[in-house]
Design a protein around this ligand. Sequence first.
Ligand SMILES: *Cc1c(COP(=O)(O)O)cnc(C)c1O
Length: 405
Amino acid sequence: MSADDTPRRNAQPETTIRRMPWPEGVSRPVATPMQPSVVYAAESPDALDAQYEGVTSGYTYAREGHPNADVLARRIDRLEGATDGLVTGSGMGAAGALMLGLLKSGDHVLGGDQLYGRTLRMLREDLPKQGIATSLVDMSSVETVAAALRPETRMILLEVVSNPTIRLADVDGIAALARERGIRLVVDNTFTTPRSFRPFDHGADIVIHSVTKLLAGHSDATLGYVAARDPGDREAIRVATTTWGFTPSPFDCWIAERGLFTFDLRYDRAEANAAALADRIAGLPGVARVLYPGRADHPDAARAANLLGQRFGNMLSFEVTGGRAAANALVRAMPDLPFAPTLGDVGTTLSHPATSSHRALTPEARAAMGISEGFFRVSVGIEDIALLEADFTRGIAAAAAAAAG
Ligand SMILES: *Cc1c(COP(=O)(O)O)cnc(C)c1O
């Protein structure tokens, strides 16, 4: 065998593994870069030490924080008037981080009885397993809330607008009560968004969001947000987020931050559409009632005006007569509208609580909440209003025909 037959070896076998430094330049990108790096290299043990001691700032490991989460969090902070809020991997992650960070066995939490379905489950089943007692009450009356408080109540959790019956919580009354008793008030501001309501201006101690919904706005990112007024609470929530792994994905943060650029425009348009659509639907045969906080016939119209100003949001509910048959006919006559249990998308979506979010309840329990087989919740989007009016007119006519037949 001659020397020429020896297989040639690559002079540098590891070249596919060594990373290239990021090209530095004197200009910087206008759009936020997407940074998927899980780890961040430090210059030396001294530099790492300085970073951990808070002398310098930087990142180390993505579960503990990363630039895309921070860019998004700072932008939501500005909307909410918050300091150092945290973005989490989902809205439920925000709720989980706050419960695990702030509560302990023996504590009691009071929640609204018409919270988001998964939050209700957390309060009914998951927190009690950790030795945390919970009770659920109607948040539209501060007297009911006051009567349900216990000496060990540490937290009150409410949504400003209830789901799906669109009732308004007595936020100001409950905030005053919570302050007087030294109990944290947590507001889930997902439905109202800071464009309609800023919980910190009304005495809330903590604000949470499902960023998945209106803030991100395109049904393509699952994220949450939590901000606390008290620095000690903030740190406890941050530690829980890191320890329990509620950290968001950089890509979701990046795409949600992009969605946020049009949030004001989307919200204003969806809100104007919702107001017009509520009035249009209310006059149609077969419609038993329409629930929109901006309408004079809303049961909490005065409180809505007081809390929300003229910002009544994009969510409305309505009820058709004729039961399940009418409901089926309505959905089938509106095939262009996603019939899906979500909200806050750019496009209008329709949900039917009796078969989705509230299916676990007995028909009697649903009836007590005013949720019949003909009850729908609508998350109004930014389509041309003429298109929406045509869709709903057709759907409701089909429901009325089914009810008559
Ligand atoms: C969707 C939603 C949540 C949960 O958020 P996810 O991002 O789905 O985890 C919490 N509260 C409200 C009001 C919601 O609509």
